[in-house]
Design a protein around this ligand. Structure first.
Ligand SMILES: NC(=O)c1ccc[n+]([C@@H]2O[C@H](COP(=O)([O-])OP(=O)(O)OC[C@H]3O[C@@H](n4cnc5c(N)ncnc54)[C@H](OP(=O)(O)O)[C@@H]3O)[C@@H](O)[C@H]2O)c1
Length: 420
């Protein structure tokens, strides 16, 4: 699709004369084709570039020269991370995410070293046995213990904070415990990272943190706020903090897939509400998102992947097509649909290469990265029921049964309802 200058003016709400001026000033970045009659025709990429220019000039009030410099810097690409030189500490390293993260960082990114930080020695023992890897060290510790965390982070370059209490009913029933682990634990991770000179920290968040209706979501929202604001506490020490936020992980411990796989043996699946929809992400995608976040983060962002949704009834059909479905009724603290961005976040959120990035709302924060990002309309919300990407029954079956490894992993996990 090619656009005339008038159409671009209308699309961007900018006078044609300004577009002409920008075209002249940013000729290195905008490359319209010419018709036989010599008229310019702009591509979608050109329009996106104009959008960025508009964002910088109109909203951020930058000079034309500084915008040119920024576009130049970004066009040359950001330097990648030399993972072979990084030592990473993962809180909750023995969990579903943590183990997968370790596997990918060792095999694909060849990291220098990983420190797994968690409480239960048995899980660590089992992981040590199955990984048989010298680059991993196992540290017993609780995120509630600030001193232990500080000691554990000495000499660490990056931290991934995955430890959490994440079962909705458990958090509701034990609210003090949920606050201690998910909120105080987050603060301890931030303090320890600053004190020990860690360079970058990414905390894992969840869709349940958006407009939370249960304590788990509320504690994760607090955690997000602590991490995005943690950058202010870092001061001159330079530690950067960001979050990644995603929906249910396919087959993670305590999620609905292992539950349905178990229930189908009895011929009956239980569903709380047949209208329910959820976002889904694979562990590979979750780890990739963290890696991308580390690469791009300036500090203060929330990275949100563009991922598919599924209807709970389609999942039930995919796993137990012959099974009877019992409807239990929606539980306290459960939503019909989940959201990955809130309405109020839209004005600070940009759409960027396979993900949304919620940018910090601080007056002192200057956007240096994300120059390819496109601003979202006011009141935009990314919710599981209005998602353009909806998985079909066949696609769900392919994901759950198509791959031996995944089926084994999924079926082998513990079977508790209500995913984190
Ligand atoms: N699974 C999902 O669907 C999903 C979706 C969105 C976001 N998330 C988020 O992703 C993160 C990881 O989830 P996951 O599925 O990997 O969870 P998981 O399998 O339950 O693992 C949790 C990990 O945290 C550790 N842990 C728990 N409490 C701790 C404490 N007080 N101190 C230190 N370690 C502690 C656990 O080990 P010990 O018990 O041995 O300490 C375990 O290693 C969580 O922050 C969760 O909120 C998950």
């Amino acid at each position: 699709m090619k656009y005339r200058i008038k159409e671009i003016g209308l699309e961007l709400g900018v006078p044609v004369s300004t577009i002409r001026y920008w075209q002249k000033e940013f000729a290195d970045f905008v490359n319209p084709e010419r018709t036989n009659g010599g008229q310019r025709r702009y591509s979608k990429q050109d329009v996106e570039k104009f959008l960025q220019i508009k964002e910088y000039v109109y909203r951020q009030k930058r000079s034309i020269d500084s915008v040119r410099e920024m576009l130049k810097g970004k066009a040359s690409g950001r330097p990648g991370i030399d993972w072979t030189q990084q030592t990473i500490l993962v809180t909750g390293g023995t969990g579903s995410f943590g183990k997968h993260f370790c596997r990918m960082m060792l095999d694909k990114y060849k990291v220098k070293g990983i420190r797994v930080y968690s409480r239960d020695e048995l899980k660590q023992h089992e992981m040590r046995q199955s990984f048989g890897e010298e680059r991993i060290t196992y540290l017993i510790g609780d995120v509630r213990d600030a001193d232990r965390l500080r000691r554990a982070m000495e000499g660490v370059d990056m931290v991934v904070h995955a430890a959490a209490l994440k079962q909705v009913p458990a958090c509701e029933y034990n609210p003090f415990e949920a606050v201690k682990t998910n909120v105080h634990g987050a603060q301890n991770v931030i303090d320890a990272a600053i004190d020990t000179g860690v360079k970058k920290v990414i905390a894992l968040s969840t869709d349940k943190a958006v407009n939370p209706v249960n304590l788990y979501g509320a504690t994760k929202l607090c955690s997000d706020k602590l991490f995005t604001q943690g950058n202010a506490y870092a001061g001159g020490r330079g530690t950067k903090f960001a979050c990644v936020r995603y929906g249910n992980v396919i087959g993670s411990r305590g999620s609905v897939i292992p539950l349905f796989l178990e229930q189908r043996k009895s011929g009956k699946l239980t569903v709380t509400d047949d209208r329910m929809t959820r976002f889904w992400i694979t562990l590979d995608q979750a780890v990739d998102l963290v890696v991308t976040g580390f690469k791009h983060m300036q500090g203060g962002e929330i990275f949100i992947p563009k991922i598919p949704s599924m209807r709970i009834m389609d999942l039930a059909k995919a796993i137990g097509p012959e099974c009877e479905i019992e409807i239990l009724g929606i539980r306290p603290g459960e939503k019909l649909h989940e959201a990955l961005t809130g309405e109020d976040e839209a004005r600070n959120t940009i759409s960027y290469k396979g993900m949304y990035v919620v940018l910090p709302n601080h007056t002192w924060w200057k956007r240096e990265n994300y120059v390819d990002g496109v601003k979202l309309p006011e009141n935009f919300m990314y919710t599981s029921d209005n998602n353009e990407e909806l998985m079909s029954v066949a696609e769900l079956q392919e994901i759950i049964f198509g791959c031996d490894r995944q089926e084994k992993e999924v079926a082998g996990l513990c079977l508790v309802s209500a995913a984190g």
